[in-house]
Design a protein around this ligand. Sequence first.
Ligand code: MG
Length: 157
Amino acid sequence: MRVGIGYDSHRLVSGRPLILGGEHIPSDRGLEGHSDADAAAHALTDAILGAAGIGNIGELFPDTDATWKDADSLALLRAAHERVKQQGYRAVQADLTIILERPKLGPALPAIRRGLAEALGLPPDGICVKPKTNEGMGFIGRGEGIAVLAVATLEPC
Ligand code: MG
C-alpha cells in the first residue's frame, strides 16, 4: 500500500463559478485559475500522483499549455489516475479537508464526494470530504481563498 498527500489553494474572485469535486456550488464568488480551478480535484490529483511517485499536477498538466485552459479538473484527475495505473497502482481511498469560511458546503458534500469518487472509479464511501472554517484567521479567514488537503492510498492493481 502507498500513501500520498496533496495540497491546493486558489483565490476567490468575482465572476467565476465555484466548482469543487466537479459540483457547481451556489456562491457570489468562485475560484480563479487556468483550469476550472477545482481545488478539491487538484489536491486529490497530487495525492494520487505523490503516492505513485510520479510527480505532480503541474508537471502533467502545465498551466502554460493551452490544452488545459478552463479544463474540467475531474478529467485531469481521471487522466492522472490512468498514469497511476500504468505504474501498477490504483486508488482505493481518499480523505479530503476543504478549508473555507463560506459558503457552507454541507448541502453539496454528497455531490462533491460522488464526483471525486466516480472520477477514480470508487464507491462514494471511498472518498470522505470534510469542510472546515479557519476560524476567521489568515487569508482563508478573510475570505480571500480556499485551501484543500488530501490524503490518498493506492494498492497494486
Ligand atoms: Mg489548483
